[in-house]
Design a protein around this ligand. Structure first.
Ligand code: GDP
Ligand code: CA
Length: 311
């Protein structure tokens, strides 16, 4: 695959395929755009959970057990915060806190989230372009039977238990794609929708005005389903889809990408849903989309990148 690849990602699921793409493509041919609808202020610090998951993954620093956070992390600062009766339901390790301290400091000095992310990523040896979806604040809020909950409160504090009635992306209507995202939208010869939560991770990116229209004009758009056999490998994606009235299946995911996606990769056990996906105007492709090892991630990335040549 020649040209510029634009990957859209959330956190843990997205980071897996992002790693495969980064190991396959020259760094200057990959722009990774990450959801910031989960960003939150904890202890006065700007935390960008999805950006950090992807950044730690690309830097080879992520915790292999969880997929988020850092390997060999300790939690002494959080323990002390607990003694001070601070709210500590969001797990923040000692090394992780350094990321948030530095990010917050640079933001306060007036730099944009794009600039700060580039600075942090370069310090960790990341050569790919890792960029936030926007430099403006966007907040994913779930309207639930327990009230309106920002994403991290729903997901971490409430353990994804409340029933979801609808989702809104606060601020998205005034947000602009970040400068690198806008450039990639203009130049990309391929777009990869990583296997991320379609409502909580890729939904906020697609809610930025103009993004869907720009994507429609890019050739070779490939999505990898995060839903397999009617369930998420991890996390609340299937639960939320069902509560919002969508089929909790890979076809339900495909519906979110109707009109902006050409190929849709599904797992062999979902083969029966291929006709439904075809009806949405995408080419369904059955592929091994469960990524356990780094080799799995690289193999899937190679397959995804080979698709335009098959066409
Ligand atoms: P989060 O922001 O950390 O919740 O991460 P994402 O939104 O990027 O990813 C969550 C989704 O990743 C879940 O719906 C999982 O089912 C999906 N996922 C995790 N691992 C894999 C995998 O190996 N293959 C596929 N296809 N999906 C995966
Ligand atoms: Ca996330």
């Amino acid at each position: 695959m020649d040209g510029n690849v634009l990957a859209l990602a959330g956190g843990v699921g997205g980071a897996k395929l992002v790693l495969g793409l980064a190991r396959t493509l020259p760094p200057d041919q990959l722009t990774i755009v990450v959801n910031t609808g989960d960003d939150e202020c904890f202890h006065g610090l700007h935390v960008s959970p999805d950006l950090d998951t992807v950044m730690y993954t690309l830097a080879g620093l992520s915790n292999p057990e969880t997929g988020w956070g850092l390997a060999q992390e300790t939690f002494h600062a959080l323990e002390m915060l607990r003694r001070y009766r601070a709210e500590t339901w969001f797990s923040l390790g000692d090394m992780d806190l350094a990321t948030h301290i530095r990010r917050t400091q640079l933001l306060r000095e007036g730099r944009s989230l794009s600039e700060v992310t580039a600075e942090l990523a370069s310090c960790l040896g990341i050569a790919e372009q890792l960029v936030p979806m926007t430099d403006q604040p966007v907040r994913t809020v779930l309207e639930t039977d327990a009230g309106d909950l920002p994403m991290q409160q729903y997901f971490v504090k409430h353990g994804s238990q409340p029933q979801v009635r609808s989702i809104r992306y606060e601020g998205a209507e005034h947000a602009l794609p970040s400068p690198s995202f806008a450039r990639a939208l203009n130049r990309a010869s391929m777009v990869v929708f990583c296997p991320s939560n379609p409502f909580l991770s890729l939904g906020p990116i697609l809610a930025i005005p103009g993004v869907r229209e720009s994507l429609a004009a890019v050739p070779n758009k490939v999505a990898v389903s995060p839903i397999i056999g009617g369930a998420a490998l991890r996390g609340p994606a299937a639960k939320i889809m069902a509560e919002l009235g969508y089929p909790a299946s890979c076809a339900g995911v495909a519906r979110q990408y109707q009109g902006i996606c050409d190929y849709f990769l599904l797992e062999p056990r979902d083969e029966g849903l291929a006709p439904e996906i075809e009806e949405l105007g995408m080419t369904p492709l059955v592929a091994p989309i469960i990524m356990q090892s780094d080799d799995d991630k690289i193999a899937l990335a190679n397959y995804v990148l080979s698709l335009p040549e098959l066409a």
